[in-house]
Design a protein around this ligand. Structure first.
Ligand code: ZN
Length: 345
């Protein structure tokens, strides 16, 4: 009696048991709900990450295009110059360019006549094992400035397709994509040259110390990324640029001390200007006068703003390869340098 009354008196016990089951069920359901929610969130985050990666890629491309467009690398003091008394200069003429650029063009043209031939090249790159190097009467060195860019891969594929080697004068680009492109350039047997780290004229040429700092930065960056030491350099704007207030020999001497040789060009594709040149013009510019010279260094740009350069490249290569006694080669330490500035006697 007392037992039953006890039971009756304690109705809570039965509730507790049922309540216990209820709590467990609730907990289970909650956990399940949490698990489902987590999975859902995980999928969402994953999707967002993918979307973000796509966007980042697009932004990276866009930034590169914008920067390339704005900087107009090398076009200021001589990058885009049509060298060597081009009769089409007038109609091709980079219309809409400002006075400064026009002035630079004519400056450069005048200078161009100072280095039309390299007959003085007695010490002809003998250390290269390449037989073509030794025998070809006309040597053509295709050079690409300002990369890596979104077009580096495409350029490399084209060069591979024709089995020719070129030279890339790169700047400091701190992205995985750029680093990968630099490694590819080396892996596929091309020459990786330096073109300053910042490519900002005002910084690079501010003083010898500033030049040194920038030089060390790009040299070490290339070594860090590729494991290769670069020994060739192209001055932003060329050695004949008109932006440096300091004598360019100050920097050239420094490079020599560093066992680095600088290279200008004696054929300009003309793609350094703000205008996008048509393919035919680029082909004509890049192939002009080769048979009249022993050493031809062709200036082109590996830049997001220069798509026609990539389009023109196959034809440029085909036309050069079709020329008699002519070889396309990468610049090496033994290559006879083409330089715009000369030491005063
Ligand atoms: Zn440049």
């Amino acid at each position: 009696m007392s037992e039953s009354s006890k039971r009756a008196d304690s109705p809570g016990m039965g509730h507790t048991r049922r309540g216990g089951k209820g709590v467990i069920l609730m907990m289970f359901l909650s956990l399940l709900a949490l698990a489902v929610l987590s999975l859902f969130l995980f999928i969402k985050v994953y999707e967002q990450e993918q979307a973000l990666a796509r966007l980042t890629g697009q932004v990276e491309k866009l930034v590169e295009v914008l920067q390339a467009g704005r900087e107009e690398p090398d076009n200021l003091p001589g990058g885009d110059v049509l060298e060597g008394g081009d009769t089409r200069q007038g109609d091709q003429g980079i219309p809409g360019k400002d006075q400064e650029e026009t002035k630079a063009d004519s400056d450069q043209e005048g200078r161009g006549e100072e280095f039309p031939s390299e007959e003085d090249g007695g010490s002809q790159a003998m250390e290269l094992g390449d037989t073509e190097e030794v025998t070809a009467a006309h040597k053509v060195y295709l050079t690409f400035d300002d990369g890596p860019s979104i077009y580096t891969d495409e350029i490399l594929d084209i060069l591979d397709a024709y089995d020719v080697k070129a030279t890339f004068f790169v700047v400091g680009k701190d992205t995985d994509r750029a680093r990968e492109a630099m490694r590819e350039i080396v892996a596929r047997g091309h020459t990786l040259g330096m073109h300053s780290y910042s490519h900002k004229y005002s910084q690079v040429y501010a003083s010898l110390e500033a030049f040194e700092e920038d030089f060390v930065k790009i040299r070490e960056y290339i070594y860090e990324v590729t494991g290769e030491e670069s020994h060739v350099y192209r001055f932003p704007g060329g050695s004949s640029n008109t932006v440096s207030d300091l004598d360019m020999w100050l920097f050239a001497d420094y490079l020599e001390e560093q066992d680095v040789r600088f290279f200008d060009w004696n054929i300009s594709s003309g793609d350094g200007g703000s205008q996008i040149l048509p393919v035919e013009t680029l082909v004509e510019n890049c192939t002009k006068g080769i048979l009249g010279r022993e050493t031809n260094v062709v200036l082109m740009h590996d830049s997001a703003a220069k798509h026609t350069t990539v389009e023109a490249l196959p034809t440029v290569i085909e036309e050069i390869l079709a020329m008699e006694d002519t070889a396309i080669l990468p610049i090496t330490e033994g290559t006879v340098p083409v330089q715009h500035i000369h030491r005063e006697e």
